[in-house]
Structures are given as C-alpha cells and as structure tokens.
Design a protein around this ligand. Structure first.
Ligand code: CA
Ligand code: CA
Length: 223
C-alpha cells in the first residue's frame, strides 16, 4: 500500500508547486492531490532523485474503467494516446495533470483537441475515412437497434452511410479526410458532433465522484 511519509509529503508539495505552473484548471491544493493520486495509481514510493516512467497503458485503462466506467478498447486506448503527448508509452506526472485538466474540466476548445486526438487513430493529424469507419463500426456494433430485427438490414451498409453523411458534414475542403480545423468548425456548428465517433470524455457524475474522493481526502486517508 501507498506509504506517505513526511519526506514524501514534502516531495509531493514540491512536485505540485512545479506542476501548478503548467496547469490551467486546478489550484495548488488540487494539483497536490492529483500528484499524490498519480503515485497512488502507480503504487510506488516517491523518493528524491528517483525517476519513474509513469503510468503504462494497462494501468491507465484500469483507471478509466474503474473510475469512469469506460469499457471500449478503442476509446480507452485513444484517451491514453491523448494523455501520452510525447508518445513514449507512459503517462508522466506532467501528462497526467495536464490530461486530467482537460478530461475533467476542459473548455470546449480543449475538449475538441482531446476528442480529435482520440479519433485520429494513427496520429497523422487527420481523421480518415478508414478511421471513421473503424470507430463507427466499433460503436454501432455494441449498440443493438430496432433495425436488427429487420432481415434486410446490413449493419456494414448502415455504417458506410453514416460515414458518408458525417464526412459530408465535416470535410469542408472535400479532400476526403477531416482535418483538425474541419472537426473544430463542425463541433462549433453542432456540439453533438464533439463525441461523434465514440464516448471519450467522462460523464458528469463519475467526475464529481472522483473529484470529491481525490480533492477532499486528507493525507491520512491514504496511509
Ligand atoms: Ca509520455
Ligand atoms: Ca489519422
């Protein structure tokens, strides 16, 4: 279990002080709580001069699943990529705080960036037709509709139609792929398009629960 010695507390305070310079939506105390939560999640001791790579994909997926109820692989992996800005396969402390700032309290513009990077599966700064197809197939596959009872209904055709429709709504310059600017403009026109390709932002109630648990627990609670 996580052990919070006086030494650790001081280190966490110092780390939080450094971190809070780079963070938009958390105050100093909240940042401190999130620094502590990072090490709780990692289940390691903070000690002077000890470098740790950060939270790996598996552990992060576990966190998304247990805290925010996410269960779709494509979405959880996408959120991991959105957090892992330097793409080293680990979420560092800085990436954790900055990622959570957007994930929990992001402005619309920050959320648009977040969702775009989740949906841009290969990270080439465009959402291609193939990526759209993959994301929507995955999302419709798990959502049985009344159409399923119709024998003539071909879900693959349905997805293709949906991709065509979405592409025509989003691809402003008609080059057959959605750039960040296309996506941003489309979401600004209709906010429902923010999570058009799958849920990758948390619902309000688990956010409230998580914040309550993390921001109100005292150091003694984790001893
Ligand atoms: Ca990283
Ligand atoms: Ca792409």
């Amino acid at each position: 279990m996580f052990n919070m010695s006086a030494m650790n507390r001081r280190l966490i305070k110092d780390l939080a002080k450094t971190m809070s310079k780079n963070v938009e939506h958390f105050d100093k105390t909240e940042t401190e709580c999130l620094v502590r939560e990072f090490y709780v999640l990692l289940d390691v001791h903070v000690s002077p001069g000890k470098e740790c790579q950060g939270v790996d994909r598996e552990r992060f997926r576990g966190f998304l699943h247990s805290v925010f109820g996410m269960s779709r692989d494509t979405m959880m992996d996408g959120v991991f990529r959105a957090f892992d800005k330097d793409r080293d396969g680990f979420i560092s402390l800085k990436e954790w705080i900055q990622g959570l700032s957007v994930f929990l309290r992001g402005t619309l513009d920050e959320q648009i960036k977040h969702c775009f990077s989740v949906y841009d599966l290969n990270g080439d700064q465009f959402i291609s037709r193939a990526e759209m197809l993959h994301l929507l197939k995955d999302s419709l596959h798990r959502r049985p509709t009344e159409d399923d009872s119709d024998e003539d209904y071909d879900p693959a055709e349905g997805v293709k139609e949906l991709v065509d429709m979405t592409m025509s709504r989003m691809d402003a310059d008609g080059d057959g792929r959605v750039s960040f600017e296309d996506f941003q403009a489309a979401v600004k026109r209709s906010s429902l398009l923010l999570e058009a390709f799958g849920p990758c932002l948390p619902d309000a109630s688990p956010v409230e629960k998580f914040e309550q648990q993390v921001f109100t627990s005292s150091y003694d609670d984790v001893l």
